[in-house]
Design a protein around this ligand. Structure first.
Ligand SMILES: Cc1cc2nc3c(=O)[nH]c(=O)nc-3n(C[C@H](O)[C@H](O)[C@H](O)COP(=O)(O)OP(=O)(O)OC[C@H]3O[C@@H](n4cnc5c(N)ncnc54)[C@H](O)[C@@H]3O)c2cc1C
Length: 499
């Protein structure tokens, strides 16, 4: 975490005459394809991490890949940085405008181009909303599996750039596992297709490299996603626990029993109470934690597996276990979970969502350590997360209007991420590094690893114009931050090695 105004992170580029840039872009975009006024550009000044804000030099709104190519060629020629933006729901400041940049919004490229029920694929433009793909595939009995909780709003292009996850990813894989091919445009305006209709392609897997590259390598202009047959039956079990440790142990035990749920999510007392107030899902308010465990497939198999999940939860100390009464209640249980982030507004003026991943078996210890850190830092933390993946989302509750409010939240967030690394996890599970976690990259990776990232970046974008100052820290930055790569040095969490 860091000061958003720390402009040492923004590499400096030679100043460009703004009027000339606008004239050049105006010549390659249709009327209304540029936003140049300060008020108009305010809409694009942050993503979902609203504490970080910046104004672009100009906002470009292309309608097709040809216009993206033309915009990028102008930027390459004039040496202007470019920040791609989907729906702006990112939570790591990935789409935060760099000073003077062209903010390339893909929101007008929002057409579903075709659905092929036989090949089970959908060809879509990058601005298509995640949920819209499953809605369009539903008449064919198909669906697109990765389902971020933001799926009503977030774009598939942003999902590719972040390698987004979601409730279903435990069983069906992340975005990277559900792609067939990508069309991209590089900074010099070259259009490439990565992947193919076949399950595998010769050569390096550049499609996988592009997925999760956070707009640093190229702009994604078309995506062919894989669709899956919609399960004939789905049922969700709600297990309540009197403490977090037992809930964490149940998660590890369910997976260890060889069960692969379609979703396995946890909410602690604070999160489930707020979600209950918000959605009235019927969660037990007196529980210290609940698990939502969904099974899907043939009805008989689902019933048998659910009985096993119930037995595992009871053995782990669940105080109650129950199934959704019907489809309406099943959807309500999930609506509560998916609305849990917005529900935080009931608890505090602001929340800061952390996204770290840990080995599942460390869940009980890590949840207890987060409780301790929360007390030490004097800030409440609500936990609502993809427990089956070990993907934590501690939501730090704070008030940005209080003196030092953001800084205290950031300090606690940084400590939680370092804890994740110390127990063998990672500093991001699905939200990306963006601007927010650039310092923690120094904790995660060694110097040679960071040099390799830069070598890959330079192969695609030698001038460093695509989304500069994001995702990969310079080595100077790491030195300044304290070169705290944990495999080489000590951290405040070394004591956790004993677990
Ligand atoms: C309430 C809430 C819940 C969330 N839940 C989840 C969740 O369960 N799982 C999850 O993974 N995430 C979740 N997120 C985070 C966010 O929705 C995802 O990261 C999503 O993938 C971002 O998509 P977007 O279209 O909003 O991208 P943006 O925020 O606009 O951009 C994200 C990054 O992608 C780059 N980018 C965008 N489009 C392109 C493109 N076409 N080509 C190249 N680069 C591009 C941007 O430069 C930026 O670096 C949640 C967010 C919120 C607010």
């Amino acid at each position: 975490m860091l000061d958003q105004f720390d402009n040492r992170l923004d590499p400096s580029f030679a100043p460009v005459d703004r009027a000339r840039l606008i004239a050049r872009l105006g010549a390659v975009l249709p009327a209304g394809g540029l936003v140049t006024t300060t008020e108009g550009m305010r809409v694009y000044e942050s993503d979902g991490l609203a504490a970080y804000r910046g104004l672009a030099g100009v906002v470009a709104l292309p309608r097709d890949a040809g216009q993206v190519q033309a915009v990028l060629k102008v930027c390459a020629e004039l040496g202007v940085p470019v920040v791609a933006r989907g729906a702006g729901t990112g939570l790591s400041g990935g789409a935060l405008p760099s000073p003077g940049c062209v903010l390339l919004s893909l929101s007008r490229m929002s057409r579903i181009l075709s659905i092929d029920p036989e090949a089970r694929t959908a060809r879509v433009q990058p601005g298509v909303r995640n949920l819209a793909i499953s809605e369009a595939a539903a008449p064919y009995g198909l669906f697109y599996a990765p389902d971020p909780s933001s799926q009503l709003a977030c774009s598939i292009g942003g999902n590719v750039a972040e390698n987004a996850g979601g409730v279903h990813c435990l069983k069906y894989g992340l975005t990277v596992h559900n792609l067939q091919s990508l069309d991209i445009v590089t900074l010099d305006g070259e259009a490439l297709t990565l992947g193919s209709d076949a399950l595998d392609s010769p050569g390096f897997d550049l499609m996988a490299l592009m997925t999760g590259s956070e707009g640093l390598l190229a702009v994604v202009t078309e995506i062919t996603v894989r669709l899956l047959p919609a399960p004939t039956h789905a049922q969700v079990l709600l297990a309540a626990f009197a403490d977090l440790r037992h809930a964490g142990e149940a998660v590890a035990a369910i997976i260890a029993a060889g069960i692969i749920p379609a979703g396995l999510e946890m909410m602690d007392r604070l999160a489930l109470g707020a979600a209950e107030d918000h959605t009235h899902a019927g969660y037990p308010r007196d529980a210290a934690a609940i698990l939502l465990c969904e099974l899907d497939g043939a009805e008989g198999d689902v019933g048998a597996e659910l009985a096993r999940v119930a037995a595992v939860c009871e053995a782990a100390g669940a105080t109650s276990v129950r199934l959704a009464r019907d489809e309406t209640e099943r959807k309500l249980f999930w609506a509560g979970r998916k609305g849990a982030f917005p529900a935080m507004g009931r608890l505090a003026p602001d929340y800061y969502c952390i996204d770290g991943t840990i080995p599942r078996r460390r869940l009980p210890d890590v949840l207890e350590t987060i409780e301790r850190l929360s007390r030490d830092h004097g800030l409440a933390v609500a936990n609502v997360f993809h427990a089956g993946d070990g993907n934590l989302h501690p939501l730090i509750l704070y008030d940005a209007n209080e003196d030092g409010g953001i800084e205290r939240a950031e300090a606690l967030g940084g400590a939680i991420l370092e804890l994740c690394v110390a127990v063998g996890g990672t500093i991001t599970g699905e939200h990306g590094v963006g601007r927010e976690k650039i310092n923690q990259m120094c904790a995660q990776f060694s110097t040679p690893e960071i040099e390799t990232f830069f070598a890959i970046k330079s192969a695609f974008d030698p001038a460093g114009l695509l989304n500069p100052g994001k995702a990969i820290p310079t080595l100077a930055r790491c030195a300044e931050f304290g070169a705290m790569h944990v495999h080489g040095g000590k951290t405040a969490f070394d004591h956790l090695d004993r677990f």
